[in-house]
Design a protein around this ligand. Structure first.
Ligand code: ES4
Ligand code: ZN
Length: 326
């Protein structure tokens, strides 16, 4: 069988995907029509043609602008359910998706509208598609710590719908320490903690150090630059911390598939995993991320099996269920 068949048939887990980053151009059009919103583009193809990212800010500007079409609970339901359908088609059986509530409340969409729509899609996806999921609330690090704290309190009545909290958006001059209080409160509420340590950001080694020593994260999103510091690598390996690497996203944002770095992580005993990040924007879901590593860096079946097993291992899935996949 071909490598694509091998990748396709593997039951997979995805631990780093922003639901808003799964908003497909066709769906932007149908939502705009339903909600009476005028778009600057005439066709979905024109939308894709305007996807011109070369770094994090140029990506984020397009990502936030497109979200304006998401208004009602049904919109958020469809966003999440369409993603789960694509996941199921690629034999992704378990997902820990992120969502960005502040990107919606800032536009006048209620927190409850967002989380209730997503949660209903999660229940339906588990029942009808066999895709299980646990949701992670992401704070936008370029907004204030006060705003993050307010949104965490909005989430308290919905704690049963959340597994953890994360930190995303523009990392420049927004270190983990800015959110130490918010993350300490999240841990007290019983939530798992993860943070983006995006590739090649300013002060990135300090940010990774703060994640380990101050925030005491349960996982790191990206984390590629840890490889520049042996003591960070040793500590990440010793703690068994997962690193959610996103190869095709890295190719867009830092012009590097990070294939060599993923191999280096495995050689050092670090639990690297493969993920899609924003698959509608980077035009690559899970299979395409694995296949990019196969086609451009000759990744073997053994390497793919290890990366996929790592994802189940470092996931926050129920421990009894985890045993079925390890
Ligand atoms: C993101 Cl690629 C990336 N980096 C930081 N925050 C994000 N949110 C969605 N995609
Ligand atoms: Zn991300």
């Amino acid at each position: 069988p071909s490598m694509l068949d091998f990748v396709q048939q593997l039951p997979k887990a995805e631990l780093h995907v922003h639901l808003e980053g799964t908003l497909e151009p066709e769906h932007i059009f149908s939502l705009a029509q339903r909600n009476g919103i005028e778009l600057a583009y005439k066709t979905p193809e024109e939308v894709v043609a305007a996807y011109d990212f070369h770094d994090l800010p140029s990506f984020l500007a397009i990502y936030y602008a497109a979200m304006d079409v998401l208004r009602t609970e049904e919109d958020f339901y469809e966003l999440a359910f369409h993603y789960f359908e694509r996941a199921a088609a690629q034999n992704v059986v378990y997902v820990e998706p992120f969502f960005d509530p502040q990107a919606h409340t800032s536009r006048g969409v209620a927190f409850d509208t967002v989380i209730n729509g997503i949660h209903r899609a999660q229940k339906d996806a588990a029942a009808t598609l066999g895709v299980e999921s646990n949701l992670i609330l992401c704070f936008l690090r370029d907004l204030s710590a006060e705003s993050a704290a307010e949104h965490l309190e909005m989430a308290v009545p919905h704690l049963d719908k959340l597994i953890g909290v994360g930190l995303d958006s523009d990392e420049k001059d927004n270190p983990p320490a800015k959110f130490a209080h918010v993350f300490a409160r999240a841990r007290d509420l019983g939530l798992k903690l993860t943070m983006h340590c995006d590739v090649n950001q300013k002060d990135i080694l300090e940010h990774i150090g703060e994640c380990l020593d101050l925030i005491k994260v349960d996982r790191i999103d990206h984390g590629i630059n840890a490889l520049e510091d042996d003591s960070l690598c040793t500590e990440i390996a010793r703690r068994g911390l997962g690193l959610t690497v996103c190869p095709v996203s890295n190719r867009f944002v830092v012009q590097n598939l990070t294939a060599a770095e993923i191999r280096d992580m495995l050689a050092r005993g670090m639990k690297a995993t493969i993920n899609s990040d924003d698959p509608a924007y980077f035009r690559a879901y899970m299979n395409e991320n694995f296949m990019a590593l196969v086609e451009e860096a000759d990744f073997s079946k053994d390497e793919i099996r290890t990366l996929n097993r790592n994802a189940f291992e470092v996931s926050w899935m129920d421990e009894a269920k985890k045993a079925d996949y390890l």
